[in-house]
Structures are given as C-alpha cells and as structure tokens.
Design a protein around this ligand. Structure first.
Ligand code: AMP
Length: 447
C-alpha cells in the first residue's frame, strides 16, 4: 500500500494481512452502530460484560470443540514467557461461560444476560467480509431454557437490523437436535456421505468421520452440491426437540416475524444444541451471514460447571457496517484561532468555557497566521471560528466568524474581566449568527 502523504512510496510498516485500521471518519460510523447496538440490547435487559482478549488455550479447545475449524485451523495460539499456552479469543461464548463460573454469577439475582462488542481473532483466509482480526457484537443468555428466549433473541436481532437500516435480510432458523437424537442423524449423514467419499474435498473427508454435520458448512462448490442430497435433521429430531422447535416457530409467528426454516443450517461449533439461526443479507456476496447463533445447553457442563442452559448469537460488525444505513451527525465545532502569545492563553481559556458548556472546539497550538488558521477551520468543516487576537484581548472583544455564511460579528466580552459573565456574552454573540440557538448548547440526553 502506498503512503498517501508520499505518493509512490511504500509505507515502511503495514498492518498484518487480514487486519485493518479503522480511521477516524469510519470510526464515527462504528461509534454510531455500536451505540445503537448497545442501547438495543439494554432494552431487552442485557448488560455489558468485558473479559480479556486472551485466555488459556484449553478454554477454546474444550468449549469450541477439538474438531471445529476454529480450533484445528484458525486459532492464534502462543506460548507466553512462563511456558503457558494462550489463545487470542476466536469467539466470545467460552469467555463468558468461564467468567460466570469463575465469579459464580449464576448464584446472583441478576439475569445472566450479557452483551459485548469487541475484536475476535481467527487465522482465516482473508477476503472481503472475512478478516483475521474482526469485531463481533455478542449476546448471551444463560439460565433460561424456554424456547421463548430463543424467539426473543431472534426477534431482537431482527429488529436491531431493521433499526440500523439493513435491507434484504433473511432470517433462517433450524434445530440441530440434542445428544439424544443427533447420533442417529450423524450416523445417517456419515453413511450417505461415505458413498460419495471420493468426490468430497479433503476437509470434508475428515468431517465425515469427525463431525458430519459440518459437511453443510463447506464452501467448495461440489461439496455444496453433494450436501443437497444428504438427509435432513428435521427427519431425525426426537419428540422433545421437534416440539421445542415448533414452539420457537410459534413464538416467532406470534410476533409477526418473517423467517424461513433452513433444514441445512448447522453451525460450525461443537456446542450447539436445538435452535440454530442465522441472519443473512441476501444482496451481499459470498460472505453474506451478518449474524449467527443458537442454543448451547451443554456448554457449561463441558467445563465441569452446573447444568445451565444457554443461547445467544454473534454478529459480525464489519459485515453489519457494510450493510447499515447510519445517521452520522455532521461536524459541529468551533475552531479557535489566536494571534500572539497573550492571545494564546485567552484562547485556551475560551476553549475551556466552550467545552464546559459541552461545545466541541479545536485549538491547534501551531502559532500560525490568521489566514492560515481560518482556511484550516473552513477545510475541517468547523461551524464557527472564534478569533482571539492581541487587539481583541486588549479591547475586550471576541470576534466570531460564521463559516457557513462568511459573516463576522463581535461582542465586547465582559468575560475577559469577569469569568461569571461568559454565558451571557456568548449568548449575545451567537444570537447574531445564522444559528442563534448555538449558545447555550442544548443538553444531550443522558445515556
Ligand atoms: P461465528 O462466530 O463463526 O458464528 O460468526 C458469527 C458472525 O461473525 C458471522 O455471521 C460473521 O458476520 C462474523 N464473522 C465470523 N468470522 C468472521 C471473519 N473472519 N471476518 C469477519 N467477520 C466474521
């Protein structure tokens, strides 16, 4: 990649393939999306939880599953200086399960409903929509076995995407059964796949033995064709799982949610039981799954913990941002230009008054000429430039240039002598501008 400051030169250091910088303009979109996600999750009683980025490797080997693609091929695992094997989290659920057990959150009265937004790490093949460091919004419920919770989660995910203006979404749901009925299904899959063993890719040939449900996950075209001829899990669900899945669908119907039962929707992680779901963006290319999740009632037991059922989903933030329509507030700040040493102090003081009123302002301590400062203010998209020069300091006047109209006005400002009068002076000053309500600034609603 070339360095934009020095066209033609290669930047000496570059981000690792599959990782990316989120530059300030893009970070604004991220902040907006994250704010909508967080407040949406909070509406449903979820609370934020934050756990470390790295964990003992065995946490993922046990939870995510020894035969999963994540554990076999995708983990960033390293040995620290004490010789301990650590892994950058490839997914979030095992960390939450660990935190619940470690702090015995299950013994507290608060609901075990958590969310988190942050980076995950997988040594995946980088391409559009698939990165090695990517971000997920992750939502988990522990301790609630009722299928109504699965339906509420799916509804919450659907209404979030609607709020974020994501179009062409399709909600897919399925059930992968439980440890009682899955062995018979796995056996049937294995038997059928064995018959065409040589036509499958090397990965799938391994999947036939280790976990035939994953045959449906393969992205190789021929394997996809073959998987269309495999038996469907719906024909193997035990009565309890069939009823459970019917109840999820009844609940979804009751809230008027449109969804499609996708009998080939299985998920690449070992711990799923019963409900699985995915929301895809049907207008996106190959990497079209925005989020995926389901129930994992046996995860806690695999860690030696109590029998606590669980369900949740993970949403890819990069894919969400690709599809979301976000309202980004336009720049709205005051650029404070100053001329001379004495004015520099006044300018810093003025900046404090603006900021304590909640008005963003920018003061660059570069001792430049007025023209340079004003053209910079305009280029950065400032709403106003406040000019503090030697004369203004001496005469006790503050000059403000309205950058949307170009007009300039001033006001004798008593605040130069008496700090308590700044409010009134600023109100008088901005009342002459194209935005008379600029000061006092409207108070933002508390988060
Ligand atoms: P998973 O944890 O594999 O069930 O993935 C949940 C969601 O995370 C997917 O639907 C994607 O939106 C996103 N995701 C998973 N892996 C990646 C990746 N390597 N790069 C970007 N997004 C990803």
């Amino acid at each position: 990649m070339t360095d934009p400051e020095k066209p033609g030169l290669r930047a000496p250091l570059q981000a690792i393939r599959g990782t990316h910088d989120i530059l300030p303009a893009e970070a604004r979109r991220w902040q907006a999306a994250e704010a909508v996600c967080k407040s949406h999750f909070e509406l449903y009683g979820y609370r934020e939880i934050r756990t470390p980025v790295f964990e003992p490797t065995e946490l993922f080997v046990k939870g995510t599953g020894e035969t999963s693609d994540i554990v076999t091929k995708e983990m960033y695992t390293f040995t620290d200086k004490s010789g301990r094997s650590l892994t950058l989290r490839p997914e979030y659920t095992p960390s939450i399960a660990r935190a619940i057990l470690e702090h015995r959150l299950d013994l507290r009265p608060e609901p075990l409903r958590f969310y988190y937004i942050g980076p995950m790490f997988r040594y995946d093949k980088p391409q559009k929509g698939r990165y090695r460091q990517f971000h997920q919004a992750d939502v988990e419920v522990f301790g609630e076995a009722d299928p109504a919770v699965d339906a509420e989660l799916i509804e919450m995910a659907g209404s979030l995407l609607e709020k974020l203006g994501v179009e062409d979404v399709e909600i897919l749901v399925n059930s992968v059964g439980c440890p009682d009925c899955r062995p018979a299904y796995s056996h049937a899959l294995r038997e059928k796949a064995e018959a065409s063993r040589d036509e499958y890719c090397a990965d799938c040939r391994r999947r036939i033995e280790l976990n035939p449900l994953r045959l449906f996950d393969c992205k190789v075209e021929r394997c996809g064709e073959l998987s269309r001829g495999l038996p469907l899990v719906s024909d193997f669900l035990c009565p309890a799982c069939a009823e459970n899945f019917a109840e999820v669908r009844r609940r979804l119907d009751a809230c008027g949610l449109r969804y499609r039962v996708e009998p080939r929707l299985v998920r690449g992680i070992d711990y799923y039981t019963r409900t699985t779901f995915e929301i895809v963006n049907s207008s996106a290319g190959r990497q079209n799954a925005i989020l995926g999740g389901g129930r994992y009632d046996n995860l806690m037991k695999t860690y030696g913990g109590p029998d606590i059922p669980a369900t949740g989903f993970a949403m890819g933030m990069e894919r969400l941002l690709e599809a979301a329509r976000l309202e980004i507030k336009p720049e709205n700040f005051v650029f404070i230009a100053y001329l001379g040493e004495e004015a520099k102090n006044r300018a810093a003081w003025l900046a404090r008054i603006f900021r304590s009123g909640g008005v963003e302002c920018l003061l660059e301590f570069k001792d430049r000429g007025l023209k340079a400062q004003l053209s910079r203010a305009a280029r950065l998209g400032a709403s106003f430039a406040a000019i503090v020069g030697q004369d203004e300091v001496r005469n006790g006047r503050l000059v403000v240039k309205d950058l949307s109209t170009g007009s300039q006005f001033d006001e004798p400002v008593a605040w130069l002598e008496k700090e308590g009068e700044a409010e009134a002076a600023l109100r008088r000053l901005f009342s002459k501008s194209s935005r008379p309500d600029f000061w006092p600034p409207a108070k933002e609603a508390k988060p």
